[in-house]
Design a protein around this ligand. Structure first.
Ligand code: DGP
Length: 107
């Protein structure tokens, strides 16, 4: 599937739609999910244009991949989740009900 630059998370990255930011660096943006399924529900997204984990793992640079994974650990730490525990989830494609076609990891 081709990347659609008008997906909601692309608009958030461009600042065209607001978000409640919890973390940002050169590679990622993390923000509160608009429809939280847990007391803490944050989405971590790469800044690059990747539809899914398959797209990301095939085409992203090593620096982008390391940046995303490191950011996940950092966000969990900064949100105080490490001691109590937390879950990391990515919905991939139609059968997993991926709604937004820009890779996002749910914390
Ligand atoms: P998924 O099914 O994995 O594609 O989940 C998409 C998530 O994105 C869902 O939990 C709701 C969230 N979401 C959708 N639109 C927006 C938005 O405009 N802002 C924010 N913060 N989250 C959104």
């Amino acid at each position: 599937m081709a990347y659609d630059p008008d997906n909601i998370f692309a608009k958030i990255l461009r600042g065209e739609i607001p978000c409640k930011k919890v973390y940002e660096d050169d590679h990622v943006l993390a923000f509160d999910d608009v429809n939280p399924q847990a007391p803490v529900h944050v989405l971590v997204i790469p800044k690059g244009a990747y539809v899914s984990m398959a797209d990301f793992t095939e085409h992203a640079t090593d620096a982008e991949i390391a940046g995303l994974i490191r950011a996940v650990g950092r966000v969990a730490e900064e949100l105080g989740l490490v001691e109590g525990g937390w879950r990391l989830l990515a919905n991939h494609g139609r059968d997993a009900h991926q709604e937004v076609m820009h890779l996002h990891l749910h914390i």
